[in-house]
Design a protein around this ligand. Structure first.
Ligand SMILES: CC(C)(COP(=O)(O)OP(=O)(O)OC[C@H]1O[C@@H](n2cnc3c(N)ncnc32)[C@H](O)[C@@H]1OP(=O)(O)O)[C@@H](O)C(=O)NCCC(=O)NCCS
Length: 405
C-alpha cells in the first residue's frame, strides 16, 4: 500500500504536470504553445494521489552522440515530487517504471543533485567544466580577422544554418544531444524575462573563405563598472566549431571583448581545446562537476551501438538489480574504432565483472574502467582484461553535454 498510483500522462495533464514540476524546482513554469507541442504525454509519467498529481517524470525523444555513433537516448527530465509528498518513495516508483518502459537502450539525464540517481543504476559518464574567465589575465590579445569572417545572424535565419554544425559536433565528440526543429526553436527563444538582466542573445558566426558558416557562439553581455573601470561580463551559452580556424577565431573574439573583465561559460569539456589558446590557463578558473549521467537499459543493444577505441574480445558480467533481464554475461567483440561491435549473451566465464552503474559511467568513453577497479566496483578475473577493457571503452575525445535539458 503506497497511497499513490503511477500512470502515463495525457495531453490534458500538461498544465498540472508543469505546475507540479515548477513547484518542486522552485520556479514558476509558464505554459505555452511550444511547450505543449513538445510535451510527448505518452513518454511522461505522473504519480497521482486521489486524482491530484504529486510526482512527475518524462523522457524526451532525442539522439545522443556516443563513441563512434549517434544513437537514440531517452532524455529524462522533469523529475519532481510535491514538497508535501517527499520521501515516501514517489520518485523511486516513477524512475523504476520509466527505466523498465523506455524503448531506447540508454537513458540519460542531468542530476540536480549527484546523490539521487546512482541507486537506480545511472553512472556519471561525463564531467563538465564551468569557467569564470578573468579576461584581464587570460591572454592572448585580439587578432585581426578578415572582413566578413565574423558576423551576427538574425534569430530567424539561425536554426537552419546552425543545425548542421551541431550534427558535426555530434560526429566528433560523445555526449552531445541532437535537437529537433522544435528543440532549436526552444533553444533560441529569447524572452526578456529569461535574460537575468543581460542583453538579448547574440548569435555570432564564423564563415570560411567561401562564406559558409562553419562555427557559431551564442552569448549575452552585461554592462558593469567597478572602482577600477569597465568590468562588463560576457555570458557564453554555447560555442560549436569543428574547424580549427573557426574555433580559434570565435574564442579569440569572445576572450577579447572590449570593456569586458569576465567571461562565464558552463559547458566546457574537460579537454576543451581553448586551454591551448590562452597564455594563462589558470585564469580560466575551471570548476569540474558531473554533467551527463547514463543508465544502460539494454546491455546487448547499448554495447553493440557504440564503437571501441582498440580491438576487444572479452566476457563482461553485468549485475542489475532493477532490470533483471539485463543481468548476465556478455561477450563483446570489436575490431577497433572504425568497426561495428558485437555484443551477445554467453555462458563463458567472465573476464571482468561490474554493475550496470559502472557500465553507464564508462559508456561515453570519459571514465576509465580501471578507476572503478581501484575501489572494488569493477573486478578483473583474467589478467590483462582490465587494461584492454579500459582502453577499448575509452575514446580519444572526451564526452561533454552542452545543454541542460
Ligand atoms: C528529488 C526528489 C524528486 C525526490 O523525490 P522523493 O519522492 O522524495 O524520493 P524518494 O522518496 O523516492 O527517495 C528515494 C531515495 O532517494 C533519496 N533522495 C531523495 N532526494 C534526494 C536528494 N535530493 N539528494 C540525495 N538523495 C535523495 C531518498 O533519501 C531516498 O533514499 P533511501 O532509498 O536510501 O531511503 C524530490 O525531493 C524533488 O522533487 N526535489 C526537488 C526537484 C529535484 O531536485 N528534482 C530532481 C531533478 S534532476
Amino acid at each position: 500500500m503506497t497511497g499513490f498510483d503511477v500512470r502515463t500522462a495525457t495531453t490534458e495533464d500538461y498544465e498540472e504536470f508543469f505546475a507540479l514540476f515548477g513547484g518542486a524546482m522552485m520556479f514558476d513554469m509558464q505554459a505555452d504553445d511550444l511547450g505543449r507541442q513538445m510535451f510527448e504525454p505518452d513518454r511522461a509519467l505522473v504519480a497521482v494521489d486521489s486524482d491530484e498529481i504529486i510526482g512527475t517524470t518524462r523522457a524526451l525523444t532525442r539522439d545522443l552522440s556516443v563513441p563512434g555513433a549517434v544513437v537514440p537516448a531517452a532524455h529524462v527530465t522533469a523529475v519532481g515530487v510535491k514538497p508535501t509528498h517527499r520521501r515516501r518513495g514517489v520518485m523511486s516508483e516513477l524512475i523504476r517504471r520509466q527505466l523498465r518502459e523506455v524503448p531506447e537502450a540508454i537513458a540519460v539525464l542531468w542530476a540536480s543533485e549527484p546523490g539521487i540517481y546512482g541507486r537506480f543504476g545511472y553512472g556519471a559518464a561525463a564531467w563538465g567544466t564551468s569557467y569564470e574567465v578573468d579576461l584581464n589575465r587570460v591572454g592572448p590579445p585580439a587578432v585581426r580577422t578578415r572582413p566578413g569572417e565574423l558576423s551576427e545572424l538574425a534569430v530567424e535565419d539561425a536554426a537552419k544554418q546552425l543545425a548542421p554544425l551541431l550534427r558535426s559536433l555530434q560526429e566528433h565528440r560523445p555526449g552531445v544531444s541532437g535537437r529537433t526543429e522544435l528543440g532549436w526553436q526552444r533553444h533560441l527563444r529569447d524572452k526578456p524575462d529569461d535574460r537575468g538582466g543581460k542583453t538579448a542573445r547574440r548569435i555570432l558566426v564564423h564563415r570560411d573563405e567561401t562564406g559558409e558558416v562553419d562555427g557559431y557562439a551564442l552569448y549575452r553581455g552585461k554592462m558593469n563598472w567597478d572602482a577600477s573601470g569597465p568590468a562588463s561580463e560576457v555570458s557564453l551559452q554555447e560555442l560549436v566549431a569543428i574547424e580549427p580556424s573557426a574555433y580559434q577565431a570565435l574564442w579569440q573574439h569572445l576572450l577579447t571583448m572590449d570593456l569586458a573583465a569576465k567571461l562565464e561559460f558552463g559547458h566546457a569539456a574537460i579537454d576543451e581545446p581553448v586551454q591551448q589558446l590562452v597564455t594563462t590557463p589558470t585564469a580560466l578558473n575551471r570548476r569540474v562537476s558531473e554533467s551527463l549521467w547514463v543508465r544502460v537499459t539494454d546491455v546487448v543493444r547499448a554495447l553493440g551501438e557504440r564503437r571501441y577505441a582498440v580491438p576487444v574480445d572479452l566476457v563482461i558480467e553485468v549485475a542489475d538489480d532493477l532490470i533483471p533481464a539485463n543481468a548476465g554475461r556478455y561477450r563483446l567483440t570489436a575490431d577497433g574504432p572504425l568497426a561495428e561491435a558485437r555484443c551477445e549473451r554467453t555462458e563463458d566465464a567472465a573476464d571482468l565483472s561490474l554493475t550496470v552503474t559502472e557500465l553507464g559511467a564508462a559508456y561515453l568513453g570519459g571514465r576509465p574502467l580501471a578507476e572503478f577497479a581501484a575501489t572494488g566496483r569493477v573486478t578483473e578475473h583474467t589478467p590483462g582484461a582490465l587494461a584492454t577493457a579500459t582502453a577499448a571503452f575509452g575514446w580519444p575525445i572526451l564526452p561533454v553535454s552542452i545543454e541542460i535539458f
